[in-house]
Design a protein around this ligand. Structure first.
Ligand SMILES: CC(C)=CCC/C(C)=C/CC/C(C)=C/COP(=O)(O)OP(=O)(O)O
Length: 353
């Protein structure tokens, strides 16, 4: 450790570190840089326990770690960063803990305004992604204010997933796509082109999802609860079982396959109008960003835990054993080098889709 004398040696040391980091980034930038990195911030409470402290200390340390990681990513040229900050499943924690996390979230969301890197240095646009209706009012309003205040920033994007799960996102996108389809059909009924349009839909793409239009009329909510959950759970259930052995790619493909199989069955059985995959995709909360190029999950876990299942079909998962507050520059560099190693293969796979 360098001694601090009038602040000068530590400044020098800091300057040296910045120089080394910039040099390292230049070297790494010889290869492709991911556009989008997603993080599952896992291990805050374990970090607190390891340091004989309470969970709040772990989350505070987690927030600092997030701020450093954002700075590294944007300096490296990553355009989109997504973080899993609070899942819908986290609402099942003890009420006191949920309240604590919500208070912390409010403080941190308000803190994003003050945090220099967000507004001034990197020109970051912030999105809160998820079922924001589930948040309490102060947190929701704070999130909406940050989204409005940063709406004109266009250098980089931060997507904070709160009250989020992939099942919920997929379900919501299907519902929204069905609403749109129903409106289209009603409009075309008026103009008399209904049959033609449905026919077009069926021949244009094998990947179709049952419209749910009739179900909408005869009790859509029942259908939603049973069939669509089954669609999601089937894929995700498969994946959950296999997740210890399989990589993220298999995990996400199984989920999508489960969903599409089930959709096809619905369509064949009921012979109803269909909606296209692309029309579901555009209603995803995450539609504001390209699919992630890497998912990094701290603390050595190799599960996706209901995070971006739709968007990660061709995305490597990197899971260092470090807890989230311990994650640093080297972990990011290592993940990017791994991404570069499999870049050609993944690009080919993506283009085949
Ligand atoms: C505004 C903004 C972006 C705020 C982010 C604040 C932050 C760091 C939230 C993370 C919360 C969380 C549930 C982390 C997972 O660790 P855990 O509690 O599951 O810990 P464990 O895995 O050790 O149990």
């Amino acid at each position: 450790m360098m001694k601090k004398v009038d602040g000068k040696p530590s400044k020098l040391f800091g300057g040296l570190l910045t120089f080394l980091r910039k040099f390292l980034f230049k070297v790494v930038s010889v290869g492709p840089i991911p556009d989008h990195v997603a993080f599952i911030m896992d291990g805050n409470r374990r970090y607190a326990k390891k340091h004989n402290s309470h969970a709040g200390t772990g989350h505070e340390a987690g927030y600092s770690s997030l701020m450093s990681m954002l700075a590294y990513c944007y300096e490296l040229g990553v355009k989109y960063v997504t973080v899993y900050a609070f899942s819908i499943d986290n609402f099942k924690r003890r009420p006191e803990e949920v309240q604590y996390l919500m208070d912390l979230m409010l403080e941190k969301i308000e803190g994003l305004f003050e945090h220099e890197i967000i507004v001034n240095q990197y020109g970051i646009r912030v999105y809160f992604i998820g079922n924001l209706k589930l948040l309490n009012e102060p947190v929701r309003l704070a999130a909406e204010n940050v989204m409005k205040a940063t709406a004109k920033n266009n250098k980089a994007t931060l997507l904070v997933c709160v009250a989020y799960t992939s099942c919920d996102e997929i379900l919501n996108a299907i519902q929204e796509a069905c609403k749109c389809r129903r409106n289209e059909i009603q409009t075309s009924k008026v103009s008399g082109s209904e049959n033609e349009e449905i026919h077009e839909d069926k021949k244009s793409n094998g990947l179709v999802i049952h419209d749910l239009q009739e179900s909408y009329e005869d009790g859509f909510h029942g259908f939603e609860a049973v069939d669509t959950n089954r669609i999601c759970n089937r894929g995700i259930g498969h994946s959950a079982k296999a997740s210890c052995e399989d990589d993220a790619e298999d995990f996400a493909i199984r989920t999508c396959n489960g969903l599409m199989d089930q959709a096809q069955v619905c369509e064949n059985q009921r012979n109803l109008p269909t909606i296209k995959l692309v029309n579901v995709e555009k209603h995803m909360y995450m539609a504001v960003a390209p699919d992630p190029d890497i998912v990094i999950r701290s603390s050595g876990e190799t599960r996706l835990s209901n995070f971006l299942l739709w968007q990660t079909a061709y995305c490597p998962l990197y899971s260092p054993t470090a807890l989230w507050p311990e994650l640093g520059l080297w972990h990011l560099i290592w993940a990017v080098l791994n991404f570069q190693r499999s870049y050609q293969y993944l690009e080919k796979k993506r283009k085949k889709m």
